[in-house]
Ligand binder design. Structure first.
Ligand code: NAP
Ligand code: GDP
Length: 327
């Protein structure tokens, strides 16, 4: 019997894994396999900053495998405001999960990192060997250092105790069930919500920064399949970047244009250049992923964005829109 505990199971990525596991044909590469039990845990099941609550979660479910997604997460502006909180809470959560996985003899753990972990000054494209080559971008160094430390811990657990702990490095993620808060979220959900309100209320649609920075976006349902692949088919401590190709960078302006089209907003929109741009770009290579997984079809960006906007509109009353929801 296999029990897979997904921490952060109620977030963007956790919900996507739940969706894929429940909708792909049973027994297929990404579908549920016989004998598998999947547990999707929220912070209500255990506050993972607390070691005793973390152990109680392991006592309750006795996971054989863990996909560790739980984290304090936010976009550029939240990261800039709460650097120490991002550093400390994520260190606590990650340390508790890895320690509990070790003492409870969990067979395998995949922890989720982010391309923020990479050095700011680095030769592009990013690849799995470049994590520790210099300080991360200053805008999110709290979050980045906490996440980077997981790779250090994974190696130490392997060397001292032989643990099968590894990590995944996704680029920017978006999709249904995201956090659509107006200020603290990532760019795509934040702008979808802003554009939706601008259309509904006849108010201006304002995009933060210059619109020039570039990002690589992955649809959460594609990422979910890659996590399931990594869980079943990859056993090595070294991380794998889970991403579309490095040639698929999109500018924030292109993102805003695509959102305007998907929402059907007909007014003019503007850029608030007094606001931060953050890192200019951080293109990552998916060469290692593709060499291991073989064929994999990513959902085209515009299609994934359209589906996300449709999901947001259909679920506006229950979507995570934060305290800043205005109407
Ligand atoms: P999310 O939507 O904000 O969800 C966060 C999840 O973590 C929720 O299930 C939340 O539980 C849980 N959580 C937060 N604090 C917790 C705590 N103290 N104890 C237990 N659970 C806690 O995040 P996401 O976007 O799915 O991110 C998942 C992972 O992907 C994270 O590790 C993140 O760093 C990484 N990542 C995300 C992106 C992105 O663009 N979103 C990009 C790269 C990497 P509740 O629902 O109960 O609050
Ligand atoms: P990052 O990759 O960690 O920087 O993630 P974000 O998803 O926060 O994207 C930040 C980029 O989008 C920056 O260039 C911002 O200036 C730009 N941006 C434009 N509007 C928004 C917005 O409403 N929210 C966020 N988070 N970023 C925005």
């Amino acid at each position: 019997m296999t029990t897979i505990l997904v921490t952060g199971g109620t977030g963007l990525v956790g919900k996507a894994i739940e969706h894929i596991i429940n909708t792909e044909p049973e027994g297929s590469r990404f579908g549920k396999k016989p004998g598998e039990t999947w547990i999707f845990a929220s912070s209500g099941d255990a506050d993972l900053r607390d070691a005793a609550q973390t152990q109680a979660l392991y006592d309750k479910y006795k996971p054989t495998h863990v996909i560790h997604l739980a984290a304090l997460v936010g976009g550029l502006f939240k990261n800039m405001k709460y650097k120490l909180t991002f550093l400390r809470e994520n260190i606590l959560i990650n340390d508790n999960i890895l320690h509990a996985s070790h003492v409870n003899q969990t067979q395998k753990v995949i922890s989720c990192l982010s391309t923020c972990v990479f050095p700011d000054k680095v030769e592009y494209p990013l690849d799995e060997d470049k994590i520790h080559g210099g300080p991360p971008h200053e805008s999110n160094f709290g979050y980045a250092h906490a996440k980077r430390m997981v790779d250090v811990q994974n190696h130490a657990y392997k060397e001292e105790f032989g643990c099968n702990f590894t990590s995944a490095i996704p680029t920017n993620v978006f999709g249904p069930y995201d956090n659509f808060d107006l200020e603290d979220s990532h760019v795509i959900p934040g702008l979808i919500h802003k554009c939706y309100l601008a259309k509904k209320n006849g108010t201006p649609f304002v995009v933060a920064g210059t619109g020039r920075p570039l990002r690589q976006f992955i649809y959460s349902y594609d990422l979910a399949k890659l996590f399931i692949w990594q869980l079943r088919e990859y056993d090595d401590v070294e991380p794998v970047i889970l991403s579309v190709g490095e040639d698929e960078e999109v500018s924030i302006k292109d993102v805003a244009n695509a959102i305007v089209n998907a929402v059907g907003f007909e007014g003019h929109y503007s850029f608030d250049t007094s606001r931060a741009d953050g890192q200019y770009r951080k293109p990552a290579s998916n060469k290692k992923l593709l060499s291991l997984i073989g064929e994999f079809e990513f959902t085209p960006f515009e299609k994934a964005l359209q589906e996300t906007v449709e999901w947001f509109v259909a679920n506006y009353d229950t979507a995570r829109t934060g305290k800043t929801k205005t109407s």
